[in-house]
Write a protein that binds this ligand. Structure first.
Ligand code: NOJ
Length: 567
């Protein structure tokens, strides 16, 4: 099958393989009705901006009805729109405007858990132990003479216990891997399976092109042995993610039964022409990743290893090699990503001291520690962060595969580190005894104008998370007229990439400049060189197409990437 190039052709089943996907966190993108919360009409109004930016697709984080106990990842109705965000008609208006602009729409599906306000969970709470209604979730009797102790000592990802009592005096507890407001669904139950197929078709029929699958490793569970201590489960999970140990059994994480489930989803995705795509959120070892990425399964998996890297040329090279090799073997394509709604924004990360990148949670937390400064200005080396962030971004945009851009990163937006505690929303903060500020700093509404109410995000009530005072400097209005702005670098890069990226191949380029430099070539003489050191190196011959910072005559300055066209 032919590969898509940068110009997406309607009907091409491979369009996603080299697409630039722009992640929208709907509540924080654009607020058309002035209630302080971003909405679908806001997104529609900004489609010309996205078209000019040059993205191929947008991925919407959850916009469904939700009590917002986890930023919308607690869904109370999978087949509707949160009234604070809009209506189904608004959704149709948005997809049709995207279609006109040749932008595909991908939406987030949250199958591992729903909201405790989902009618199914409410029915379950109001039904007896052992009932059909409780069978859609994981309810178990508590331990001890009065059944008041949880059935296991397991801990939720957001902190605190993973089992919560029903509050109905019936001695039962329910399982939730995240917040207590996010009960886990029982995927061994055929009714749950059927209902999600209905959800996929519901959105497929409304013109979406694909799905991002939240916690794709979690759905299938084996709860036959609740005596396994939590410390052991944590250890098993850590070991299972290491190559060679994939056979380790874990009751909650990365079970083989998931692959059979995804084959049933794939059959539904393939009912559409072109087939619907899916990208899995899965932190697993390469030999496991393969199953999620398989064309008979979801098709693509987020690769987080380049995100989980400090600004380090050697690490980048290893990660690139690994990811490209894996994607080829899996008949999939790579997914480059530096920022998303769960991670400290990369332009800020790169201005902080390095962190051990081996674990996602400690990685994020480690950076957060540097940003928590009791009201004082955090010690971010901002010029370095921005410079490195831009260089790293130009590197991934030149690589084969798809790239995910998180709203605001094209403006070089920094993490909003100083949100007052009484305005934080992330359950991570609450369930960690307020010791971890959580992920709100990357979810602050983005600035569109230099000044004015909410910096143009919306003209009514204050933005639902407060914007830092200097946000106007990073606004679209401030950056558009400035040829050297980060926004213009992204725009130029995406536009060039459309023409340059015709084939998937890449090869390392022998530069002879030592280990501070990484260079690779794509077909048609498109050469990318990254200088990861602090000192200048000579530029290779050819026409300079774009650079992440000003060039120095014949030299490539430190922490800079350049795109060159070699004749
Ligand atoms: C991963 C999502 O990216 C994150 O935002 C969410 O909190 C958890 N899954 C739980 O749904």
């Amino acid at each position: 099958m032919p590969l898509s190039n940068g110009h997406i052709v309607a009907g091409d089943p491979n369009w996603w393989k080299q697409a630039v996907v722009y992640q929208i966190y709907p509540r924080s993108f654009a607020d058309a009705n002035g209630d302080g919360i971003g909405d679908l009409k806001g997104i529609t109004s900004r489609i010309p901006y996205l078209k000019d930016l040059g993205v191929d697709a947008i991925w919407l984080s959850p916009f469904y009805p939700s009590p917002l106990k986890d930023g919308g990842y607690d869904v109370s109705d999978y087949r509707d729109v949160d009234p604070r965000i809009g209506t189904l008609e608004d959704f149709e208006e948005m997809t049709s405007a995207c279609k006109d602009a040749n932008i595909k729409v991908i939406i987030d599906i949250v199958p591992n858990h729903c909201s405790d306000e989902h009618p199914w969970f409410q029915d379950a709470l109001n039904s007896l132990p052992g009932s059909k209604e409780r069978g859609r979730f994981h309810f178990r009797d508590g331990l001890g003479p009065d059944k008041s102790q949880p059935p296991a000592d397991w801990m939720a990802t957001f902190g605190g216990p993973m089992w919560t009592p029903t509050g109905k005096n019936d001695g039962q507890f329910y399982l939730h891997m995240y917040d207590a407001a996010q009960p886990d669904l029982n995927w061994s139950n055929p009714e749950v399976r059927e209902d999600f197929l209905k959800t996929f078709r519901f959105w497929g029929d409304r013109g979406v092109s694909g799905f991002r699958i939240d916690v794709a490793t979690g759905n299938m569970k084996d709860l036959s042995d609740l005596t396994i201590p939590w410390d052991e489960l944590k250890q098993r999970r850590a070991n299972k993610s290491k190559p060679g140990n994939e056979h380790i059994d874990h009751p909650l994480f990365d079970r083989d039964e998931n692959f059979e489930l995804y084959r049933t989803w794939r059959q539904v995705f393939n009912e559409y022409d072109p087939p619907l795509t899916a990208v899995a959120e899965a932190f697993v070892s390469p030999s496991r990743k393969r199953h999620y990425a398989s064309p008979e399964g979801l098709g693509q998996v987020f690769s987080f290893d380049i995100l989980l890297s400090n600004f380090d040329i050697k690490n980048y090279q290893q990660s690139i090699e690994r990811q490209i090799k894996e994607a080829k073997e899996d008949k999939s394509s790579t997914t480059w990503v530096f920022s998303n709604h769960d991670m400290i924004r990369h332009h800020t990360r790169y201005g902080l001291p390095d962190i051990d990148p081996s674990n996602l949670f400690t990685f994020r937390k480690g950076f957060l520690k540097f940003l928590e400064t009791d009201g004082k200005e955090p010690a971010v080396d901002w010029p370095t962060g921005l410079r490195r962030g831009r260089a790293a971004t130009l590197m991934i945009l030149a690589l084969p595969g798809s790239t995910y851009i998180y709203q605001g990163e094209e403006l070089g937006l920094p993490e909003a580190a100083a949100i007052p505690e009484d305005q934080l929303q992330d359950p991570y903060f609450f369930r960690h005894g307020r010791s971890d500020k959580g992920r709100d700093g990357c979810r602050v509404p983005i600035p569109w104008t230099k000044t004015g109410v909410n910096f143009g995000f919306g003209s009514g009530k204050p933005a639902h998370l407060p914007q830092p005072q200097d946000f106007g400097e990073f606004s679209v209005e401030a950056e558009l007229p400035d040829p050297s702005s980060t926004l213009n670098m992204y725009r130029k890069a995406l536009s060039l990439r459309r023409d340059l990226q015709t084939k998937e191949e890449m090869s390392w380029f022998d530069h002879g400049l030592g280990n501070q430099v990484l260079a690779f070539e794509r077909p048609n003489g498109w050469l990318t060189m990254i200088n990861g050191g602090k000192t200048c190196v000579p530029l290779p011959k050819g026409e300079v197409l774009l650079s992440s910072a000003d060039l120095d005559d014949e030299d490539l300055p430190g922490e800079t990437t350049v795109w060159i066209k070699r004749s």
